[in-house]
Design a protein around this ligand. Structure first.
Ligand code: UDP
Length: 382
């Protein structure tokens, strides 16, 4: 007899597991999705007027260095070639990100070679910081005050709502610093954007007779009794009815506007100054450079602390959140028959490709083992 599995959330964390379990032939899977669409925060659809593919919860650029993950996503749809090249508007002009040789040469009015630029930036870094304890120290150690203040301080304060000294150094480590002219935002081996959008990919993933999706329905922890195992990709604290308090997130607000032609000449432009209230503007037709559209649709992106009715995006993970997280982890470990997955389920700042990779690994592990051995987490959240 097939075992009954419930999954909370039809984002990639949940549907990759659904697909892999369904393929094993041993499970029937019900996915509960509170919203009226699948694909979670990766949801895309074409704008009726312009035909532009809209990323409804902010731009998602797929990139990974895992061969299996790249092959996997491509097996559900074609990916068009796309390289994320971000521009930054600062008080000193417009520059290319991540910080690279062109940024350095233009910013300082120099003609450095890679070796000269490296030596110059190193000479500006604060060598008294040996083990950076936070975002600011990490940045100042490697870049010095001038680059840090111009490109990172204001943006980070707006994005996270706190002084960068309160944030972990790991957030900055997401961004490379380069001493050549490579302005690719990511270091990943593979990068692309699905030609028919992420929701089309998600639809293909759940297209299996053993998978049922219930839109507009929330999996309640009490329903756990009806299933042999539950995968929960909603906020971990929600699962426990916020019994110990709320884990904090940053949320995003998107201010949509339209124009004719080309509004900003690039998919993503960051606004690094503290006085500009938004963090970035994305112009979605530039994510599909192989398409042509006369009309254009853009979004100004604002960041705020998540309130109960907001969509959570970025786990804040400050010291007090981590202390609370540690308490929730105890509750989670004691909860039998439930695995917590994805960005919200594990309260980590994970990109799509990491979520998909983790879910693939977890599903393969589950298919190969008895249900009683399925882990609470695929990776340690703290
Ligand atoms: N960041 C910054 N200035 C920028 C871009 C990024 O200070 O112009 C910092 C900021 O703290 C941000 C982090 O780097 O949260 C990671 O940036 P990334 O672009 O990876 O963020 P995401 O696209 O996930 O929002």
């Amino acid at each position: 007899m097939t075992k009954k599995i419930a999954i909370a959330g039809a984002g990639f964390a949940g549907i990759v597991i659904a697909r892999e379990l369904a393929l094993s032939g041993k499970y029937s899977i019900t996915i509960y999705e509170a919203r009226d669409h699948i694909a979670g925060n990766c949801h895309t659809s074409r704008d009726a007027r312009s035909g532009v593919m809209i990323h409804h919860y902010g731009p998602h650029i797929f990139h990974t260095s895992r061969d299996d993950v790249w092959r996997y996503v491509q097996s559900f749809g074609e990916f068009g070639p796309y390289t994320n090249r971000v521009k930054a508007v600062t008080e000193r002009g417009v520059f290319t990100l991540p910080v690279n040789l062109l940024t350095i040469n233009q910013f300082f009015g120099k003609r450095f070679t890679p070796a000269q630029a490296r030596a110059f930036v190193e000479s500006m870094g604060d060598r008294s910081i040996t083990e950076p304890q936070n975002f600011e120290e990490q940045a100042v150690k490697f870049l010095g005050q001038e680059l840090y203040r111009t490109f990172f301080y204001g943006y980070t304060k707006k994005q996270w709502g706190v002084e960068p000294t309160q944030l972990p150094a790991s957030i900055l480590q997401r961004l490379p610093i380069r001493f050549n002219y490579d302005d690719n935002y990511y270091n990943s081996t593979y990068q692309g954007i699905p030609v028919d959008g992420y929701t089309a990919i998600a639809e293909k993933m759940i297209d299996h007779p053993a998978i049922e999706v219930r839109l507009g329905q929330r999996l309640k922890p009490e329903m756990r009794e009806d299933y042999d195992h539950v995968f929960f990709s909603g906020p971990m604290d929600e699962y426990f009815h916020y019994r110990l308090g709320r884990l904090r997130y940053r949320s995003l607000i998107f201010e949509r506007f339209e124009a004719e032609g080309d509004y900003q000449g690039n998919a993503v432009i960051n606004y690094c100054q503290e006085e500009v209230p938004y963090t970035r503007i994305s112009e979605h037709k530039h994510f599909t450079p192989w398409e042509e559209h006369e009309h254009t649709v853009c979004f100004r992106e604002y960041s705020k602390l998540t309130e109960p009715d907001d969509v959570p995006y970025y786990p804040l993970r400050l010291a007090e959140d981590k202390a609370l997280l540690a308490d929730y982890l105890h509750l989670a470990e004691a909860e039998k028959g439930v695995s917590f997955i994805g960005r919200l389920g594990t309260y980590r700042y994970l990109d799509m490709h990491v979520v998909i990779g983790e879910s693939l690994d977890l599903a393969r592990r589950c298919v190969d083992s008895a249900l009683e051995e399925w882990p609470t987490f695929s990776n340690a959240p703290l």
